[in-house]
Design a protein around this ligand. Structure first.
Ligand SMILES: Cc1ncc(COP(=O)(O)O)c(C=O)c1O
Length: 383
């Protein structure tokens, strides 16, 4: 059978492989602690549940939703951007998505032709590179390094890469490193993208998951000409990963093209889920602060144990991940495998996020503090 050649460029989805192995170990009777996937263990807010239950029964809610999203949800996103970031958006500057992963894929054919270039960082959330391959777009890789706090060193990006690329994908707060962006960085990058006709896109999936005391910032605060776009999701902030509900905001021309791709491929998220997201966005800010506090405590707990076992890590202030250096006596693959078999602990090997992740592994703080503590204390069984 003649299969699409581009799919050979895409490896098996590593998280699926990790999941398969986990199932196998559980079937063998092992008590596994899984700190690999960024799927929060926290409960749903009751307003979200109540809204969903109510609207499932509401007349008309079973119909096809509008392609660009329910008006009520788009308005709630506009209000959110105004209140949290001080950014004004119009209705044609918001599109509702079936998870931001959907938008990350569809933005590529919306902006790029086959054979065009897009800039992606290394390390990065794997969906960027995989989707570049899927759509036949050439990924131009820009390294993220510890010495630049995991921000791209803009001045060192080769000029020919800047001039030929149509899309630049960044992700702050960052998965997997936990790094945050800053005003200076955004302003500099926005300028370069303006001058080179590049659509700059920030994946702001972890926008609300920052250390208490840190300030929420959005790329769009620095995009005075409204040329950039930003993704947001209900998945991480409101523990709604399974709902598949997110949005993209920013340049209306780009969103119009994205909407074309979307209309070809799907019909929008189920209306009661969109309305549940409206309720989520209405929850008082105290809820967000208490969630940040939970992750802060988990982060501190994990860091203490990592220090105890002399595992180096990046002291990031964003997302719910800790980016750790693999101990010198192991390759990352060996280390993660031994952690699994010897310590019943699953973490994500850094190479999942790109070539520069080979020497690292990622811990997700998506379990209770006590479970994180128990899992990481098993590190004492390693060399
Ligand atoms: C950086 C980043 N973007 C997007 C997503 C996907 O989010 P969603 O559930 O909205 O598809 C993830 C999920 O882990 C992520 O880490």
């Amino acid at each position: 059978m003649k299969i699409n050649n581009r799919l050979y460029r895409i490896g098996n989805y590593e998280f699926k492989a990790i999941g398969d192995l986990k199932r196998e170990l559980i079937e063998r009777g092992k008590e596994i602690i899984d700190l690999s996937i960024g799927d929060p263990n926290l409960p749903l807010h009751e307003n979200i549940v109540n809204s969903l239950m109510k609207n499932i029964k509401k007349e008309g809610c079973n119909k096809y939703p509008p392609y660009d999203g329910e008006q009520e949800l788009k308005k709630a996103v506009i209000k959110y951007y105004k209140e949290v970031y001080g950014v004004n958006l119009n209705m044609d500057e918001v599109v509702i998505l079936i998870g931001s992963k959907e938008g990350i894929s569809k933005i590529i054919p919306a902006v790029c032709d086959t054979g065009d270039s897009m800039i992606i960082t290394d390390p990065a959330y794997p969906a960027y590179l995989n989707n570049a391959h899927l759509w036949g777009v050439v990924p131009e890789i820009v390294p993220l390094k510890r010495e630049f706090d995991y921000l791209p060193d803009i001045k060192s990006i080769p000029k020919n890469i800047i001039s030929k690329s149509k899309l630049f994908m960044i992700n702050y707060p960052n998965n997997p490193t936990g790094a945050l962006a800053n005003e200076f960085f955004y302003k500099e990058l926005v300028n370069i993208c303006y001058n080179n006709n590049i659509v700059l896109c920030n994946d702001n999936a972890y926008g609300e998951i920052i250390r208490l005391g840190e300030k929420n910032i959005s790329l769009l605060q620095f995009d005075k000409e409204k040329q950039c776009i930003e993704f947001g999701t209900m998945s991480k902030t409101y523990n709604m990963t399974g709902f598949r509900i997110a949005y993209v905001v920013g340049n209306s021309k780009v969103l119009k093209e994205l909407l074309k791709v979307k209309a070809i491929m799907d019909s929008g998220q189920y209306i009661p889920i969109q309305l549940a997201a409206v309720e989520a966005l209405k929850i008082e800010r105290e809820y967000i602060y208490s969630m940040r506090k939970i992750y802060d405590i988990r982060r501190e707990t994990a860091k203490k144990i990592l220090k105890l076992y002399q595992i180096e890590y990046y002291d990031g202030n964003g997302a719910f991940y800790i980016w750790c250096k693999t101990p010198k006596s192991y390759s990352t693959h060996e280390f993660c495998k031994e952690l699994m078999y010897k310590c019943n602990l699953i973490v994500t090997p850094g190479y999942v996020f790109g070539n520069l992740g080979y020497d690292y592994f990622r811990i997700a703080l998506t379990e209770e503090k006590e479970i994180i503590e128990k899992g990481l204390k098993n590190l004492k069984k390693m060399k």
